[in-house]
Design a protein around this ligand. Structure first.
Ligand SMILES: C[S@@+](CC[C@H](N)C(=O)[O-])C[C@H]1O[C@@H](n2cnc3c(N)ncnc32)[C@H](O)[C@@H]1O
Length: 339
């Protein structure tokens, strides 16, 4: 949360300590503490299950209770409702992947923010090999990232689907579709629709797993490749590009938009979702923070204003873009037609 302009020192102190709850949540998810605390357990029982130190476990569980993640009754700890719903592995609503991914972005970028600000990009990131670098990552990291995208998109995709009229769309491309969450929601809501999810080779395996889980293998195809270099197909009536532009520089954004326009049928629609900034570049809070996140974890990314992206779409020959804010949240999308 931002500090108030005339606030006192306590607000600054709270901001400086802001990493503490985040790190506790990440540690608890990594240790799978919540799997064990569906039933009330003592700290000693938890320490034995975790193969951890008794004293440290007791202190840690008390801290998690103070944060509302656990409920403590006498000397027994159990999951609070929110932890039980989202943080227990094997449950349908489990969303631990995005929390693990957040920790990976600390290790791979945020921890080095000072150097990044001085140098202009993360020291580890080679802009020319960025995509390769990502595919070289540990399998667990790729899975946490892609399943983490699903953890976020799961709430948004049905809302997007509700405001999009895809009745006349036969062929849809979900470019950089990751876990296919949007393609799945669109296909479920529009039984006539055939979709293609395009992504890098490792994420596409996760997309295939998700598509199979939802029994949509006959209606959602997958294409593995690099959208900056490879053919993305053609003959689409609708192309959905969600949370892609922010990890690319302007030149790459123009390339991606141009390829989409080329791949669309006449009269087809390009929709680009992102965490768009307002014209001032410093609001809303979420997209402004997301811009720093991209600075910290990518060599060329940043958040863009919706006006910038609308202009790029027009420059690529599309009709004037419509900006659709479908939610109270901070993701929104632009749509424009190929004419
Ligand atoms: C932030 S995720 C967004 C996933 C999904 N569109 C969503 O909104 O939930 C970005 C996706 O783009 C994919 N991606 C990034 N660079 C790519 C490239 N050069 N070619 C193909 N896919 C790429 C990543 O693998 C990832 O799945």
């Amino acid at each position: 949360m931002p500090v108030s302009a005339d606030g006192d020192f306590q607000e600054l102190l709270a901001m400086a300590r802001g990493f503490q709850p985040a790190k506790m949540l990440m540690t608890a998810v990594n240790l799978a503490v919540f799997d064990f605390l569906e039933e009330p357990r003592s700290a000693v029982e938890a320490a034995s299950w975790l193969k951890a130190n008794d004293r440290a476990t007791g202190i840690f569980l008390n801290g998690l209770a103070a944060l509302g993640l656990l409920v403590k009754e006498v000397d027994y700890f159990r999951n609070s409702a929110i932890a039980s719903r989202y943080l227990v592995r094997g449950k349908d609503e489990y969303r631990g992947a995005i929390i693990k991914h957040m920790e990976h972005t600390w290790d791979r970028g945020w921890n080095d923010l000072q150097n990044t600000v001085l140098l202009g990009r993360p020291t580890e990131a080679d802009p020319e090999k960025w995509v390769d670098k990502k595919t070289e990552r540990d399998e667990k990291e790729v899975r946490a990232f892609i399943c983490g995208m699903d953890a976020i998109a799961r709430d948004l995709a049905p809302k997007v689907s509700a405001v999009l009229d895809l009745k006349k769309v036969s062929r849809l491309l979900d470019l950089g579709g990751g876990p296919a969450t949007y393609a799945i929601a669109f296909a479920q809501a529009n039984p006539h629709l055939q979709a293609t999810v395009f992504d890098l080779p490792r994420p596409i395996i996760i997309a295939q797993e998700q598509i199979a889980k939802h029994r949509l293998t006959g209606r959602i195809a997958t294409l593995a490749g690099n959208f900056l270099e490879d053919d993305i197909g053609s003959g689409y009536d609708f192309i959905w590009v969600s949370q892609i532009l922010h990890s690319h520089d302007e030149k790459q954004c123009h390339l991606i938009i141009g390829k989409c326009v080329h791949a669309l049928n006449l009269g087809g629609t390009l929709a680009i979702q992102d965490f768009y900034l307002n014209k001032d570049g410093a609001s809303p809070l979420g997209p402004a923070m997301f811009g720093v996140h991209m600075l910290a974890v990518t060599p060329r990314g940043r958040a863009y204003t919706w006006g910038e992206v609308a202009e790029w779409m027009a420059q690529a020959g599309l009709s004037p873009a419509e900006h659709i804010r479908y939610d109270q949240g901070e993701a929104s999308f632009l749509t424009a037609k190929k004419q």
